[in-house]
Design a protein. Structure first.
Length: 223
């Protein structure tokens, strides 16, 4: 019996590693198939999420940070992760698995660029956070209102144009005015943003890349 149990355990560990590997290769159909297989074998949905999908996305995030993979590979891996999460979601709900935190994300008013914002969103989801994506051209009012309605831990603002950076200051000011500043951390990023700009507007965090943004976001949520 013990042998059988051990063999079963080894099979499950191996399938979780296979899920992680297939995700890193961006093989969405394979990821879906193996997630279902692991669940059919009675694996804990939380383990499939954390040791399979999130573990794989974490490797992709690290490689992206080190310039070992680039935007297209990250997008393909994220698509594979989403395919696995679609299968997993009903099981996670049933098992009562909570997300690690909640972030509202968007590109600020006047700016229509979304590649950076989309990358950060994927990296945040890859850390197990729930992300409310407001899209592009998002006003300070929309950011703050969404944070209040969703009881978010984070507001993440992206900008690619120097002309739209000022909207980030408006987000910080409005969050203070609405009395949520002590509950919500404000993260900013994008090509023209710097640490000194972040400090000057009173935001909580600036990072230079999507993978670092996700790491910092997770720290805020579990702090």
């Amino acid at each position: 019996m013990d042998n059988q149990q051990n063999n079963g355990r080894n099979f499950i560990m191996s399938i979780l590693e296979d899920i992680s590997a297939a995700l890193q290769q961006g093989r969405a159909p394979k990821v879906k198939e193996m997630v279902q297989q692991a669940l059919d074998q009675g694996e804990d949905p939380k383990a499939v999420l954390e040791q399979g999908l999130l573990a794989g996305m974490s490797v992709v995030g690290e490689k992206f940070k080190n310039n070992e993979v680039f935007v297209p590979e990250v997008l393909i891996a994220a698509r594979a992760m989403n395919a696995g999460v679609t299968i997993l979601k009903p099981y996670l709900v049933q098992a009562g698995v909570e997300s690690k935190g909640k972030a509202v994300i968007g590109t600020v008013k006047g700016d229509l660029h979304d590649i950076g914002k989309n990358l950060v969103k994927m990296m945040l989801e890859g850390k197990g956070l729930t992300v409310i994506d407001l899209g592009v051209d998002v006003s300070a009012e929309q950011f703050v209102q969404a944070a209040i309605e969703n009881e978010a831990d984070l507001i993440c603002c992206s900008a690619l144009l120097t002309t739209t950076m000022g909207e980030m200051k408006s987000v910080v000011e409005l969050a203070t005015e609405k009395g949520i500043r002590d509950k919500v951390k404000i993260m900013i990023g994008g090509a023209p943003i710097t640490q000194s700009f972040c400090d000057s507007i009173g935001a909580d965090c600036y990072t230079a890349d999507a993978a670092s943004a996700a790491e910092e976001a997770l720290k805020f949520c579990v702090a």
